[in-house]
Design a binder for this molecule. Sequence first.
Ligand code: NAD
Length: 305
Amino acid sequence: MAPAELRYDGQTVVVTGAGGGLGREYAVFFGSRGASVVVNDLGGSFKGEGAGSAAADKVVNEIRAAGGKAVANYDSVENGEAIIKTAIDNFGRIDVLINNAGILRDVSFKNMKQADWDLIYKVHVKGAYKCAHAAWPYFRKQKYGRLISTASAAGLFGSFGQTNYSAAKLALVGFTETLAKEGFKYNILCNVIAPIAASRMTETVMPPDVLEKLKPEWIVPLVAVLTHKSNTETGAIFEAGGGHIARLRWERSKGALFKPDDSFTPGAVAAKWKQIVDFTDAEHPEGPTDALGILEAATQVAPSP
Ligand code: NAD
């Protein structure tokens, strides 16, 4: 089936933070492809101040006007049970959850306040946990679920002034990789995306000519494929933006082996530093058991330094 024909008839999709930006694009898409959509949005500022129903209502009206099915939910993602309850009460099921809601509290680490740290954690990490945790029993029972969480290049690579946001975003990678393992036998597939797109979040930090090339609707095709019943990918990280999509993975250098005796000194490590950080013939581990090979090798007698 060509991607343009992917449909979600009979399914319920919950999109958090769907009152604007990327979330709105996802919600409108699913609404146009047969799904019943819960449009969640707290309706505050991009710094997490205030609340309101207008943002979610607008997107719901848009979906309905185009002939789709949608209901609004105005809870914070910190109250994930209420969001999933909206799906169950209105449509009787949940098939897809997109953890998309997010805010920024950018500030250099020196000037970071506890409140900046805590709020970012609560919205991105606790919010994703609460929504996924409320959806999980339904996913397990019906042996079907598609979960997307939203990371960021800031989390994968670091970004000046974003220690709080980077930490929260990378937390969602670990969260998803473990959920992918726990969900696999129940056909619950979980992936992470790191999007880059024009939105109110990026409009103050990127010039207009760059933003013009980063349309938020260009993230939709990846999300559509990952949340479709035909998808088999799970536990993966994807970057998407400006029409480019790529998968990221971990890489482990071959490393160095040391004799577990008195010769295993800081000096011996320093002497083999080049080998430790050399990625020639690197491995791409996908789970903790991939480390067993290393342990096995380490029990063999290492060559003399
Ligand atoms: P956006 O500000 O347009 O959208 C985020 C939405 O989440 C807003 O409508 C907001 O009201 C809502 N929201 C915020 N806090 C909420 C809460 N507690 N409960 C419910 N809703 C809440 O920004 P966007 O660019 O569309 O961002 C969407 C996601 O993508 C975020 O998680 C963001 O961190 C991530 N992201 C975006 C980019 C980018 O380039 N735009 C890059 C990396 C990651």
